[in-house]
Structures are given as structure tokens and as C-alpha cells.
Design a protein around this ligand. Structure first.
Ligand code: SAH
Ligand code: SF4
Ligand code: F3S
Length: 455
């Protein structure tokens, strides 16, 4: 009888991609997907360690799973608990000490070995197995071809790891050094995704624009060139990439924004702070004006480019003047969307040891001010879309019958009531209304040429 696995995903899109690959490697063992831990024979928590209390939340989730496991044991039924992802990597053996009922602890570079880990866990019940090695070989070479259903909008990992060592961040420790998949492997996987129904692919990497993959001719390809190659795949309508570091935005990639029509005019380009002193202590290796100039160059290449970013407030030593510099940068750039966070000291990172940690209340006040500015910019951007016609790629059924949900070029969710829409359609839609986090519109005649929203 088929076994059922429930994979719960936390954190970034890399984890979303990894969870799908874990399902692929577990499939040959007879595991099919479950929607809930209560229906499952195995639970995988694919965890994130980026900010506060991440590990504590996992331990309390594990407490709930422990009770389920005890019930199953009384009934004589197997129930495996696996912890994967960045908390697994950071905690390692410690996780088995704090939660000895966990069967498998598996880091983000080891999940292609899950079948062997499952076998070991079954052979030594109650002992727990840990695999947090960073192998020299790429796990991507060991992943089976996916047969799972493929959505219209797909994620594809092309790069992993980070060599930047921003002083606040755990990613270089949990994901390891920067590594890029070869060009041919990426293009083959993209073709298979398109053959299975993908119309949009988002290329993923912790530092995706640091991509330096080996090309078919043995030379190293940057991300701009890779995007050019992918754009030639028939049936692939849209390309995106995330997340980028400003330092790795090279001329080829900027040119791709001008030359590759399938590359969508929306870019997540985290800046973190607008203060040069804070950027320096964050080890971001660029100044605020470098970022401004970079955005100018990107907008010269693609005038309708909309931007998104990540911000951290209350980094150690951040003064009122530093914070004001962040507000100024936001005002200068004008974001369509953004994420902002209170600085959260991560054990083992340099910033956690820095003097002048900012009091919680100051962080909260700054975050509220920044978020209200960003919220206003997002509202303005969404309202400016009302009345325009945009090409919308429909990738999900809506909540109501006859309703579909799609994405604008700028990644805004767009609701349309129209029973003729099929998933995978790219239709011109006139935007009728803007809500805080989505738009609503109606399909117009296919003869209407899609307009672009001016930046
Ligand atoms: N590789 C990406 C982002 C990785 S993490 C980049 O370089 O931008 C996603 C976001 O989490 C970061 O951009 C940052 O804004 C936030 N973040 C990371 N560590 C953090 C910390 N210690 N405290 C608060 N926010 C943090
Ligand atoms: Fe973290 Fe900085 Fe690397 Fe991004 S670039 S993953 S913020 S260390
Ligand atoms: Fe979180 Fe790891 Fe991604 S810490 S943000 S899951 S790389």
C-alpha cells in the first residue's frame, strides 16, 4: 500500500523548490503526497532559519508531531519525522538531543540522500540519523526526473549558496558556497517543465545573479546569457529570477532586460539600507548611490521596470540619521512592492556580536514608519494600473466558480471572472480595480495590444 508523506515548507522559494524535489526522491520509495500530518506516514519539515524564533517554532511543531508519533506507535504503525532545510543544517546533532524522537535531520545539500536516510532510520528505530554534509558533488546530478504535476508558473533552481557573508545573515553558513548548475542541465529541466505545462519560469538562487554556469562550449555563462538561451524555448512565455545582489548585476544581465521580451519587467533587488555606514557594516560592498545608479541603468534598459526590495531596520548602530537615509532612498527609487524586517541577531553571525544593538521599541517604530511609506508606494503603483490593459498569465483557479487568478508582468495577482479562461492562457486584461495586494479586471478582445505601465 502507498505510504503518504506530508512536506511542510517554511522560508524562501528555494525551499519551495527543494520540497518538490524531496517529494520526487521519496516517490520511488512508494510515498505519495499527503495534505496534512494527520493523514501521513512521514512528515518532513523543510525549515528556515533566517529570522527570530525560527528554530523555536520548529521545536514546538515537533512537539505536536511527537504526540502523533506516539499514537501511531501504540497502533503499531510507522511514522517518520524528518527535519530538512536551514534549521536542520544549523542545529545538526543538537536537534536529536533536544528532540530525540526525530528520525532524520537532513541539510539542504543532502536531501538527494533521503532514501538512504529513510532506510537507515528504519533499520535503527529510535536512534535518529543526521546528514548535514556539504558534498563535493552536486545533489542536482542525483535528482530523479520529476513526474509530479507541473503548475503554469514554475520555479527552477539554477544557483545555490552564498559567498557574500553579509554580517547579519545565516545563509552562507546554512547553504554553503556559491555553486551554479551547468547551462545544459538548466535548459533541459526548463524544457521538461514547459512540456509538462509551465508557461512561466522563475530562476532561483540565494544569489541568482552570481550565476556562473558551465556552458556547452566549456566557457562560463552569466545569468544574462542563460536567460537569452532559455527565452528560445518554445512555449515558455515568461521568465523571472530571484534573488539578486546589487553587486552581481552585470552589463549582460542589464542588457537582457532590454533585449529579452520574455524577461518580465519586475525585479527584486534587495538593498537592506540607504545608509552608507550601515551598508558598510552589513558588508554589502556597495554604497546607496551605487544602488541608485544601478536602478537608473536598469530603467534605461527597461523603462517600465518595477522594483521590489528587502529592508532591515535597527541593524546594530543604526542611528536616526541612518534610518532617514533609508527613507530617502525609498522615496528616490519608488518601489512597487517590498519586504521589511526588524534586525534579528542570528547566533554565529558577526552582527550579533556588534555593540550598540538597537532597542526593540526603536526597531518597531522604524519598521512601522518604513512600512507605511512602502505601503503607500505599493498602493500608488497598484492604483496606477487601473484602466490599463496588461497581459495576464492565468495560473490558478479563483475562489469562486468561473473565476481565475493570474499574474501581471509585475507579479501582481489579478482576479478575473470569466468562465472562458483556461489555466495557462495569456490574455489581455483591462484592470478595473486595485485592492491592497491584488488587482481585478476583465478580459478584453484579443485584438487589444497589451500596454505597458510607465515606471
Ligand atoms: N540573498 C538575498 C536574501 C536572503 S534572505 C539577498 O542577498 O538579498 C532574505 C531577506 O531576509 C534579506 O534580504 C534580509 O532583508 C532579511 N534578513 C536576512 N537576515 C536577517 C536578519 N538577521 N534579521 C532581519 N532580516 C534578515
Ligand atoms: Fe545573506 Fe547577504 Fe548572501 Fe543575501 S547576499 S544570502 S543577505 S549573505
Ligand atoms: Fe530561510 Fe534558508 Fe531560505 S534560512 S530564507 S530557507 S535559504
Amino acid at each position: 500500500m502507498a505510504k503518504r508523506v506530508f512536506i511542510k515548507t517554511y522560508g524562501c522559494q528555494m525551499n519551495v523548490y527543494d520540497s518538490a524535489r524531496m517529494a520526487d526522491v521519496l516517490a520511488p520509495l512508494g510515498f505519495v503526497a499527503a495534505d496534512d500530518a494527520a493523514d501521513a506516514d512521514m512528515v518532513v519539515l523543510n525549515t528556515c532559519h533566517i529570522r527570530e524564533k525560527a528554530a523555536e517554532k520548529i521545536y514546538s511543531e515537533l512537539g505536536r508531531l511527537r504526540r502523533l508519533k506516539e499514537e501511531r506507535r501504540r497502533a503499531g504503525v510507522e511514522f517518520l519525522i524528518a527535519v530538512a532545510g536551514c534549521v536542520a543544517q544549523a542545529e545538526g546533532e543538537e536537534m536529536l538531543r533536544r528532540a530525540p524522537f526525530v528520525d532524520i535531520v537532513c541539510g539542504p545539500q543532502a536531501y538527494h540522500r533521503l532514501p538512504a536516510l529513510v532506510a537507515r532510520a528504519r533499520a535503527t528505530p529510535g536512534q535518529g540519523v543526521v546528514d548535514t554534509d556539504f558534498p563535493a558533488d552536486s545533489k542536482f546530478d542525483f535528482l530523479p526526473e520529476s513526474h509530479a504535476p507541473q503548475g503554469v508558473a514554475a520555479f527552477l533552481s539554477v544557483q545555490e549558496g552564498c559567498d557574500k557573508f553579509c554580517t547579519f545573515c545565516v545563509v552562507p553558513y546554512t547553504r554553503g558556497a556559491e555553486a551554479s548548475r551547468p547551462v545544459v542541465a538548466v535548459i533541459d529541466e526548463a524544457r521538461r517543465m514547459v512540456a509538462r505545462g509551465a508557461r512561466e519560469i522563475t530562476l532561483l538562487g540565494q544569489n541568482v545573479n552570481a550565476y556562473r554556469g558551465e556552458g556547452p562550449d566549456g566557457s562560463r555563462w552569466g545569468l544574462g546569457r542563460l536567460i537569452g538561451g532559455l527565452a528560445e524555448i518554445d512555449g515558455l512565455l515568461r521568465l523571472r529570477y530571484t534573488t539578486s545582489h546589487p553587486r552581481d548585476m552585470d552589463d549582460d544581465l542589464i542588457a537582457a532586460h532590454r533585449n529579452v521580451a520574455a524577461l518580465m519587467p519586475f525585479l527584486h533587488l534587495p538593498v537592506q539600507s540607504g545608509s552608507d555606514t550601515v551598508l558598510e557594516r552589513m558588508n554589502r560592498r556597495h554604497a546607496a548611490d551605487d544602488y541608485r545608479r544601478l536602478v537608473d541603468r536598469l530603467r534605461a534598459a527597461r523603462p517600465d521596470l518595477a522594483l521590489s526590495s528587502d529592508f532591515i531596520v535597527g541593524f546594530p548602530g543604526e542611528s536616526d540619521a541612518d534610518f532617514d537615509a533609508t527613507l530617502r532612498l525609498v522615496a528616490d527609487i519608488g518601489y512597487a512592492q517590498a519586504f521589511s524586517f526588524k534586525y534579528s541577531p542570528r547566533p554565529g553571525t558577526p552582527a550579533a556580536e556588534m555593540a550598540a544593538q538597537v532597542p526593540e521599541q526603536v526597531k518597531a517604530e522604524r519598521l512601522a514608519r518604513l512600512q507605511s511609506l512602502l505601503r503607500g508606494q505599493q498602493d500608488d503603483f497598484n492604483r496606477a494600473c487601473v484602466g490599463r490593459v496588461m497581459p495576464i498569465l492565468f495560473d490558478r483557479p479563483g475562489r469562486r466558480a468561473g473565476q481565475s487568478l493570474g499574474r501581471s508582468p509585475f507579479l501582481q495577482p489579478v482576479h478575473v471572472d470569466d468562465p472562458t479562461i483556461e489555466l495557462g492562457d495569456l490574455r489581455p486584461v483591462r484592470i478595473r480595480a486595485a485592492q491592497p495586494n491584488s488587482l481585478a479586471g476583465t478580459v478584453v478582445s484579443a485584438a487589444v495590444v497589451a500596454e505597458r505601465v510607465p515606471a
